[in-house]
Design a protein around this ligand. Sequence first.
Ligand SMILES: [Zn+2]
Ligand SMILES: [Zn+2]
Length: 240
Amino acid sequence: MSIEWIFDYNWQAAIVYVLVATILVRGGKFLAFKSPELQRMKEWNREEDKAKRANPKYLPIMRANAKVGSAVSLFILLILAPYFFTVESMPVWRYFVDIAIILLIYDFIYYLTHRFVFHHGGPLQKVHGLHHQARDISLIDASYVHPLETFIGLSIYVVSAIATSILMGEVHAAAAAIAFVIWSQVNTIVHTKFNLASFPYKTIDNLTSKHAVHHINMNRGNYSSVTLLFDWMFGTLESK
Ligand SMILES: [Zn+2]
Ligand SMILES: [Zn+2]
């Protein structure tokens, strides 16, 4: 077997990945908070988080998660991006399709893991129970997750990106970065206090209230992460 693939190290893919992800997150926040409604939601969450921040249980967990996040990000940049992503230009539809496939594979694996490994007497119910200590969630609770669960979540993204790359014959680094940003931002946003029911914020309101229902009662549904598709398909969609 040839080992030439080892030297086929696409460092440009890692650079494109970091640049796209950084610009999207920074630029997205900058633009989003120009909206007075979203600024109001941000302040509401900041206020709710203040009391929780004073609770000594939050900081060590957040620090441990930051470490896990850095370690997996390093893996993504040094191994995943150079070996599985490309910077060669593609037709525009490919970006959309690849992003959708990464997120759908992610959501499907996460749905099964969340429902059968983290809940219903699954082997990691205690690990996931830490995240569920938060009954009345606000922004900070997005980071109140057991580090093992954070690792599993990030690993599912890595697996989904590799699977899409194999399926489609290499994913563009920018598409993979966009999928990552959508995933991480949706995961954060679903934990926020949010009460804007008008267009265009209605979808966010729907996602946050569905996740809030799941936090209030561990035995109730809404196990998907990014979309509510698999909850809808498998009959575990629950509202207030
Ligand atoms: Zn949660
Ligand atoms: Zn749960």
